[in-house]
Design a protein around this ligand. Structure first.
Ligand SMILES: Nc1ncnc2c1ncn2[C@@H]1O[C@H](COP(=O)(O)OP(=O)(O)OP(=O)(O)O)[C@@H](O)[C@H]1O
Ligand SMILES: [Mg+2]
Length: 309
């Protein structure tokens, strides 16, 4: 499914902000301004089928607001969101899209509610009208996809599980609806380093199997290493959109909106400043290590050539 944002603006104040804008009485104030009327302003971009789109931006830049438009949970104050060309403003379209786009909130474990893991994971598919005879299979598969054992956990209270397990159960509840697009708000926030890596690898695995993924993250390293494109929001507007190579090429520009660079990119910049001849265009630790090895190899070869002459 192709999800298209067409000049989307959103205000939590609804019509009030619209009025201000139309009358031109008050120019929008951004960021930390207490009366900032627009959480999103003139946002246009497309989520392409099969891509892994990262979303970055300072606190309050509009990331969570943006992704809640993706399954019609909230609707643009101005502009349109189109799923395969059909506007989500139509209730019928929004209802259909909601089953195809799985939205996982930040700290989704806080939304667990049922008495058993089974009933919690089953809630979504039951709500979608999946026949009861298929529910157990859905729940079993979803729990297995997040690396949990159906037999061990189905009868347990979700609240008796560890935080990391609770996050997986909450995630399974979304997967049980078989979404073709996953939209994740800071999916690894608050997990320890090992759980974090496992969780992100799991998400990359879903993407490799064909699921379209949209992931909000504060970690430039995670975005650089995993996403095919990155959208940067600043004060509700699209600040940058492109491949990691394009977006992370200009460190100063990113710093101007309160963002950093992926650690390997920042480190490479420092090496270059110190006169080390390092090529550009990489984002992960492995790629940095390879680039350093290649640069050293070139230096050694040049020295040997000079010695022979
Ligand atoms: N329920 C709400 N009611 C009113 N204003 C809101 C509401 N939720 C968010 N906002 C405002 O909308 C703007 C964008 O908020 P949003 O939560 O989308 O930012 P974010 O990029 O997700 O931030 P963070 O990184 O802190 O999660 C902020 O100015 C915020 O104060
Ligand atoms: Mg947020």
């Amino acid at each position: 499914m192709r999800l298209e944002f067409e000049d989307v603006s959103y205000s939590y104040e609804g019509g009030e902000a619209k009025k201000k804008k139309r009358s031109g009485a008050k120019k929008a104030q951004w960021g930390n301004a207490p009366d900032a009327p627009w959480a999103l302003r003139h946002v246009s971009f497309t989520v392409e089928p099969g891509e892994f789109l990262g979303i970055a931006g300072h606190t309050g830049s509009g990331k969570s607001t943006l992704i809640q438009h993706m399954n019609g949970l909230i609707h643009p104050t101005e502009g349109r969101v189109l799923a395969d060309g059909e506007s989500l403003a139509s209730k019928e379209v929004a209802r259909r899209v909601r089953g195809r786009v799985g939205l996982v909130f930040q700290y989704p474990e806080t939304q667990l509610f049922a008495a058993t893991v089974f009933d919690d994971v089953a809630f979504g598919p039951r709500n979608m009208g999946v026949p009861e005879a298929q529910i157990e299979q859905r729940v079993r598969e979803a729990l297995e996809r997040v690396g949990l054992c159906f037999e061990q956990l189905k009868g347990r209270s979700p609240f008796s599980l560890s935080g990391g397990q609770q996050r997986r159960v909450a995630f399974a509840g979304v997967l049980a609806m078989n979404p073709e697009m996953l939209v994740l708000d800071e999916p690894a926030a608050g997990l320890d380093p090992k759980a974090r890596e496992d969780f992100l690898n799991m998400i990359s695995g879903f993407h490799a199997q064909g699921t379209t993924v949209v992931m909000v993250s504060h970690s430039m390293d995670d975005l650089a290493a995993r996403c095919s494109r990155v959208l940067v929001l600043s004060e509700g507007e699209v600040f940058a959109l492109g491949t990691p190579a394009e977006v992370f090429a200009d460190g100063e520009r990113l710093r101007s909106v309160g963002l950093g660079l992926p650690a390997p990119v920042a480190f490479a910049g420092q090496l270059r400043q110190a006169g080390f001849p390092l090529e550009a265009g990489f984002f992960t630790e492995e790629q940095l290590a390879d680039a350093i090895a290649r640069a050293l190899g070139r230096a050694v070869a040049a020295r040997e050539g000079a010695d022979r002459r």
